[in-house]
Design a binder for this molecule. Structure first.
Ligand SMILES: Nc1ncnc2c1ncn2[C@@H]1O[C@H](COP(=O)(O)OP(=O)(O)OP(=O)(O)O)[C@@H](O)[C@H]1O
Ligand SMILES: [Mg+2]
Length: 350
């Protein structure tokens, strides 16, 4: 994982949309230089791995010319429980250099893959209360998955300068846009088409992360099955539109019942976090990703897990210039949460 310094494009290659964001440093903060996205075809990326790289390259090229990318440098990210492992671990206190030497050895017991098959990175979070101990965040990503994405991005004529993970991109996006609550537990949850990424911040520092292999696709599939419609029509119905023979209201009842499995998954992860430490309250949930656009999804989730839920504002502290279509950008903003975190990567890198 290499770190760059120039203004780069945050490129979030999802299984249903590719999103690109570029942010400029201006005198008093940040300004949006670009936000664009295109839908891809189903089954190009499955379970976090590239299945059809040729077609994915074409979609990337299409976005690149549609959005008129002005730089080749980009930051990409990985997600998915079968390719990314993030663990918060406790180790004997040591220097960064010492840990660099021993991290592979330390990581072996936490990573369920062959240690030679993963790239490993870490961040020391600082000393613990018990003397001689420190907390470390360990990240392991499968090399072959990284290589697939890097190759696709290069074949599309881009230059990937950093490979990140979705959970940390969300955290980075949060840090730029929100005030850290020192006493609070905040859940960042990104619900995409096939993955839920959850990152629970305790006083602004990641305490627990989880990627689950479920997302908005299950809703699309439920609509397809119920009304016997195509994938495209099912997506329209999910977006609140009507199609021939099916009204939007009819579809919405299926949307809500199919969302239940997503709520259950989120609820389970939160309960697991609560159970690992005594008396952990969750103060708020910030909802990111395409599913945040489903009508009333935030309210339904809030009711289900009994926690305050708000829809993410990734451009809260990023000015949108007047020449851009700010109404459209604000509407689509939840889809840009990961890409924005990636675009802001050059600032305060870990
Ligand atoms: N306007 C909308 N209304 C309702 N749902 C929407 C809307 N726009 C997108 N979605 C849904 O959001 C999901 C796509 O979100 P997102 O782009 O965050 O996923 P992704 O990054 O492509 O997927 P993943 O990260 O799981 O690979 C799809 O399931 C899509 O149907
Ligand atoms: Mg995604």
């Amino acid at each position: 994982m290499i770190f760059g310094s120039k203004s780069t494009i945050g490129l979030d290659i999802g299984s249903s949309y590719i999103k690109a964001v570029q942010v400029k440093d201006v005198k008093d903060g940040y300004e949006l230089a670009m936000f664009d996205m295109i839908p891809t075809a189903p089954e190009l990326i499955v379970d976090g791995a590239v299945i059809d790289s040729l077609r994915l390259v074409d979609f990337l090229k299409e976005l690149r010319s549609k959005a008129k990318f002005k730089t080749k440098d980009c930051v990409i990210s990985m997600s998915g429980h079968s390719s990314v492992i993030i663990k918060r671990i406790t180790l004997p206190e040591m220097s960064e250099d010492e840990l660099e030497e021993s991290i592979r050895f330390e990581a072996e017991q936490y990573v369920p893959f062959d240690i030679d098959d993963v790239n490993i990175d870490f961040q020391i979070l600082g000393p613990k209360e018990e003397p001689g101990q420190m907390d470390v965040i360990l990240v392991a990503v499968k090399k072959d998955i990284i290589n697939e994405f890097v190759t696709v991005v290069k074949d599309a004529g881009m230059n990937p300068v950093i490979v990140d993970v979705d959970a940390f991109a969300l955290e980075n996006m949060y840090e730029v846009n929100y005030e850290i609550q020192p006493e609070a537990n905040t859940v960042l949850v990104n619900i995409g088409a096939s993955t839920i990424t959850l990152n629970i911040l305790k006083g602004g520092i990641s305490a627990f992360t989880r990627d689950s292999a479920i997302g908005g696709n299950i809703i699309t599939e439920a609509i397809q099955k119920e009304f016997n419609v195509t994938y495209e029509d099912a997506e329209k119905l999910k977006f609140g539109e009507s199609v021939e023979g099916v009204s939007s209201d009819e579809a919405m009842s299926i949307v809500y019942s199919a969302s239940e499995d997503i709520f259950t998954e989120i609820s389970r992860s939160i309960e697991y976090f609560r159970s690992t430490a005594v008396q952990e309250e969750i103060n708020e949930v910030i909802l990111c990703g395409g599913c945040a656009l489903i009508r009333n999804f935030d309210e339904m989730l809030a009711e289900r897990i009994n926690v305050n839920v708000s829809v993410v504002q990734p451009f809260r502290n990023v000015r949108i210039p007047s020449k851009m279509d700010s109404a459209y950008i604000e509407e689509m903003a939840p889809l840009a949460a990961v890409a924005t975190g990636l675009a802001l990567r050059r600032h305060g890198d870990r």
